[in-house]
Design a protein around this ligand. Structure first.
Ligand code: SF4
Length: 406
């Protein structure tokens, strides 16, 4: 399919919307009431610091809802207002946050079911209104909805569209797109649907594996088996690793994306020499500002003398998981939770250690004076962060005062 031509024609269709519907101010008022927090405003004004009794909370200087998420949620709210009597769908979670998705369900926005790992669009009928989430949708999904005569409200973040444009450029120049991301993440699924030939690498180790193959060859089948699910149909490592462009899932760890880009550039330089490099390698900076700012703020926060760290965000949120990784790499005891409901009763927390399932930690907060670092992913409302902080303060307030003998 000529994905670029399809997208162009879709953008000109009367049934396609990628801007709001003029209810912005009203919706912002509702969203502020539902998601904003007075406590957090106060902490921001106090240099991102809160001191109560034995607890000092240090809040990251960039955290929580990013511009793209706020825009997507606002557009979903506006869509409900604009089409009050129509059946509304969303192709996936609008963002990776349970409370926001729950709020949409309450507004009678239907989520497309996933049956045996496949999305089931059978309930979607002509005339229904379908919202595409902040991290986009695959070109096949857009085509299906367009063919079915649905009204499409596209909330895809412009930063994600920027990545799609880069893979279109790779395709035009017959370069294979190396996508730094998670092959089963919705954003990467969407991005790869716009790419021509592509290969998805998760991290530096996988990028190194590909570069070793470029320089020294290897077992073709073993390579294909290793990257099963992570490459385009018919991908051949002997033919498709000659001209490369690097793209990324916007929420990956910025430093890692940069290192991966440099590694491929160095490898192709080594293989083809400096005069040929431009014919073999393309790269565009497509890390989104919000991801970068949140990661930079986290690097500042972990320099503080923290007793522990709390990272708040959906368990399937990639940018939240990367914030957690930074804490773990710096040796700070850290819990990743998706809401304050994971805390208590008493001094306990159900949290998700990196790469593991939920675990119970009890007792959680140490006795005496503590300094707690707090941050949240780009899809987490301030209200969720406030809730967590209040629970931490309540646990410490309830702590028995130790009698000193003597
Ligand atoms: S994290 Fe970045 S790319 Fe993702 S929605 Fe937010 S601004 Fe857009």
């Amino acid at each position: 399919m000529d994905t670029k031509a399809f997208k162009r024609s879709l953008h000109h269709s009367d049934n396609y919307h990628r801007k709001g519907f003029g209810h912005g101010e009203e919706v912002m008022g509702v969203m502020n009431t539902e998601y904003q927090s007075h406590l957090i405003q106060e902490i921001r004004q106090n240099n991102y610091r809160l001191e109560r009794g034995d607890v000092t909370i240090l809040l990251a200087e960039a955290f929580g809802f990013c511009w793209g998420v706020e825009r997507a949620v606002a557009m979903a709210y506006e869509t409900r207002q604009h089409f009050p009597g129509d059946r509304l769908w969303i192709t996936n979670e609008i963002i990776h946050n349970p409370s926001v998705n729950q709020r949409l369900r309450e507004m009678e926005v239907n989520f497309i079911d996933v049956v045996n790992g496949e999305k089931d669009f059978s309930g979607v009928a002509k005339g229904d209104v379908v919202i595409l989430p902040a991290f986009g949708a695959s070109v096949e999904e857009m085509q299906l909805l367009n063919d079915r005569g649905c009204t499409i409200v596209d909330t895809t973040c412009p930063w994600v569209s920027k990545v799609w444009n880069s893979v279109e450029k790779h395709k035009k120049k017959e370069h294979t797109s190396i996508i730094h991301g998670k092959y089963n993440h919705e954003e990467t699924i969407a991005t790869s649907s716009f790419a021509g030939t592509y290969l998805i690498v998760l991290n530096m180790a996988e990028a190194q594996k590909v570069c070793d193959y470029i320089l020294h060859g290897g077992d073709r089948q073993e390579f294909l088996d290793y990257f099963a699910n992570a490459h385009s149909v018919g991908f051949d490592p002997d033919e498709d690793l000659v001209r490369l462009g690097v793209a990324n899932q916007t929420t990956m760890l910025k430093s890692e994306t940069e290192m991966i880009g440099k590694l491929f550039e160095k490898t192709l330089l080594q293989k083809y020499g400096p005069t040929e490099l431009n014919n073999h390698f393309m790269s565009f900076n497509t890390i989104c500002d919000a991801t970068q700012e949140r990661q930079d703020a986290m690097f500042d926060l972990v320099k503080e003398d923290l007793s522990l760290m709390v990272v708040i965000g959906g368990f399937n949120s990639s940018n939240t998981t990367h914030l957690q990784e930074i804490a773990v790499e710096h040796g700070i005891p850290s819990v990743h939770i998706d809401s304050g409901d994971r805390i208590g009763p008493g001094n306990r927390v159900h949290h998700k250690p990196l790469g593991k399932d939920l675990e119970l930690l009890e007792p959680w907060l140490p006795a005496g004076k503590i300094t707690v670092g707090v941050t949240s992913g780009a899809s987490t409302p301030d209200k969720a962060v406030e809730d967590v902080m209040k629970k931490i303060l309540a646990i410490k307030e309830a702590e028995p005062v130790l009698e000193v003998a003597g």
